[in-house]
Ligand binder design. Structure first.
Ligand SMILES: [Zn+2]
Length: 296
C-alpha cells in the first residue's frame, strides 16, 4: 500500500513540475504577440524576420487574390486582438484599408507603401530595393512589440537584405544579354516595376488589378503581336485559370511559363512556407528560359 502512495505522490509531483517548467504550447502562444498581415507579401517577410518569435497570421486565404477580396466578419475580431496589422496599401487592398479604419487603438496600423516612393504600379515589392525598405519597416514594428527579441529581428533583417542584394545581382547578370527583352504576360499588370528595373518591355493582358475583365479585342491584339515578333514564350500566373494562356499558346506556338506576383500564393506553396526570395528565384528562372538568356 505504502509503495502505491509513494508512486502516486511521485507522479503528482512530476506532473506539477512538468507544468511549471514546461508550460503548454497553448500557454506559451497566449503570451506571444500576434501580427496580422493582409496578404502574402507582408506575411512571408514578417514570418522570415520574426523567426517564430511572433505569431504571424494572414487574412487573405491561400489561393485568393488580393485586389477584390472581401474579409469575413471574423476578421475584425482577429484584427482587434492583434498587436499590429501590416498591409501593403489602400490602393492595392481597399478592403484592408476599410478594415484598418475599424481597428481599435491597441492595434498598430502599418501601411507599407507609405515609406516607398510613389509610382504608377501598386505592386511595390517587385524591386529588391523596395523589398528592403518594406522589411526595414516590418523589423521596426517587430522590435516595438517584442523589444526583448530585438537582436534576433536585426540579425534576420540583415540576412534578408543580403538575400535581396544577391537576387538583384543575379537578375542583373542573368538578364543582361537575352535574345528577347519582351515579356508577354497573360495575366494582370503586376510586373511593371520588375520589368523596368531590368530594362524589359512588358505587355500584360489586363491592368494593375484583377478587376475588369480583359477584352476579346485585347486578346486578339496580343496574339497578333506575338506572331509578328520573336516571342517564343508567354508568361502566366499560377493562380489564374490556365485556359487563357493555353488559347494564346495554341494560336502562337509559344511555350507557357509561370510568373509569381507574390501577392497571392497557392495552397501548396503556402503550406511549404515558400519565401519571397524563393518565388523571385522562380521568376528569374522563367524569365531566363522565356527570353532565351545565355548562361553568364
Ligand atoms: Zn496585383
Amino acid at each position: 500500500m505504502r509503495k502505491y502512495v509513494f508512486w502516486i505522490l511521485f507522479l503528482a509531483i512530476a506532473v506539477v513540475l512538468g507544468v511549471l517548467l514546461f508550460p503548454s504550447k497553448k500557454a506559451q502562444m497566449a503570451n506571444t504577440p500576434v501580427v496580422l498581415t493582409s496578404g502574402y507579401v507582408p506575411y512571408t517577410i514578417t514570418q522570415q524576420l520574426a523567426g517564430g518569435n511572433v505569431s504571424v497570421q494572414m487574412l487573405l486565404p491561400p489561393g485568393a487574390e488580393p485586389h477584390a477580396f472581401e474579409p469575413t466578419p471574423g476578421a475584425l475580431l482577429t484584427l482587434k486582438q492583434a498587436a499590429a496589422f501590416i498591409y501593403v496599401s489602400d490602393e492595392l487592398e481597399p478592403w484592408a484599408a476599410d478594415l484598418a479604419k475599424a481597428a481599435g487603438v491597441q492595434t498598430r496600423l502599418v501601411q507599407l507603401a507609405s515609406t516607398v516612393p510613389a509610382g504608377a504600379d501598386p505592386h511595390i515589392w517587385m524591386t529588391f530595393d523596395n523589398a528592403k525598405i518594406l522589411a526595414a519597416q516590418i523589423a521596426q514594428v517587430l522590435e516595438d512589440i517584442a523589444p526583448a527579441r530585438k537582436e534576433i529581428f536585426e540579425k534576420n533583417l540583415a540576412k534578408f537584405n543580403r538575400e535581396m542584394d544577391q537576387l538583384n545581382s543575379a537578375f542583373q547578370t542573368a538578364l543582361a544579354r537575352c535574345r528577347s527583352r519582351r515579356v508577354v504576360h497573360v495575366g494582370h499588370l503586376a510586373f511593371k516595376n520588375l520589368a523596368d528595373a531590368y530594362h524589359l518591355q512588358l505587355t500584360a493582358l489586363s491592368g494593375t488589378s484583377h478587376e475588369g475583365e480583359h477584352s476579346a479585342k485585347k486578346l486578339a491584339q496580343l496574339i497578333k503581336q506575338i506572331k509578328e515578333s520573336n516571342v517564343s514564350a508567354i508568361f502566366t500566373e499560377d493562380t489564374l485559370s490556365p485556359r487563357l494562356a493555353q488559347t494564346v499558346a495554341q494560336e502562337t506556338g509559344a511555350q507557357i511559363l509561370p510568373l509569381y506576383p507574390v501577392e497571392h500564393i497557392s495552397k501548396e506553396d503556402f503550406n511549404h512556407n515558400v519565401t519571397y526570395a524563393e518565388l523571385m528565384h522562380r521568376n528569374l528562372e522563367s524569365l531566363k528560359r522565356g527570353l532565351q538568356c545565355p548562361a553568364p
